[in-house]
Design a protein around this ligand. Sequence first.
Ligand code: ADP
Ligand code: TRP
Length: 320
Amino acid sequence: MRILSGIQPSGKLHLGNYFGMMRPALELAQQGEAFYFIADYHALTSVTDAAQLRENALDVALDFLACGLDPKRTVFYRQSDLPQVTELAWILACVTPMPMLENAVSYKDKIAQGLKPNVGLFTYPVLQAADILIVQGARVPVGRDQKQHIEITRDIAGTFNRLFGETFVLPEAVIRPDTAVLPGTDGRKMSKSYGNTIEIFGEEKATRKKIMSIVTDSQPVEAPKTNLDQNIPLQLLRALDPALAREQEMKLAAGGYGYGALKTVLADALLAHFAPMRARRAELQRNLDYVQQVLREGAERARVVADQTMRRVREVVGLR
Ligand code: ADP
Ligand code: TRP
């Protein structure tokens, strides 16, 4: 079973990315042949500074390797080292109905936020379909916001198969219900575009400050707390350590225990969890040649599969 996922290098990775996508993806990679990549073509829809894009891409590589991606098992590469995906994206675009993209929620959201859409943003799901189909990814670990993009991929692949004969495996999203949408410090979905993130590898002081700033209701310290399902620090703690979260929940429900104490527990637990990965990241940072080599070798392995797919695709559509 082939597993595939990607993440855009469009800013510092945060706890939503980690619990929603990275940790499940790293676990799933134990069960099959995984292809994980840095979606730098996709990031071009929003990043227009070359140095920034390069820095972000390297950051994502360091983050993934630090968090435990094993480059011997998992094929790890930069999307732009696989230019075949852009060729496939064009061919897929020619069987993709316009209204399907016009109705894509993430596109509509961005426009609603006031973004002036470029054509790349509009066709973003087609490029994503190409990423998945070019390696015949069957399982795609992602957070809930990507569900529709995977459905679009299935639709495109299904149409292609009907028109040109069985060519593509129809992929399935793998979404963990418990961490599908992690809230940010303001209670909305944690997202780079909302400025409500807690970075995975932020400075300790900044991380603590962010955590202390998470919004909570105004029940006083002495009150036995109710409505804890909505409590954001608890939701984050549940993703990290369900047993510790339950223990905190009991203390809060009993009264005499406030949200400040809960946030301190959360900050300590998060910093302790990421400490070994932070150390590994610092080590990798001193060894960037190794990181570049991992990405080069990953691209070579991915290219073999991509070339196979493209030979078949060119054949069935009549380009050969
Ligand atoms: P952002 O919204 O910060 O720009 P991305 O769109 O780059 O994040 O998401 C990268 C991956 O992380 C995707 O698989 C996405 O579903 C997942 N993800 C992002 N934010 C969250 C979140 N708050 N909760 C769960 N998963 C998330
Ligand atoms: N759109 C995804 C995101 O914003 C990134 C991505 C690009 C992706 N191509 C993909 C995810 C293919 C899964 C499969 O997070």
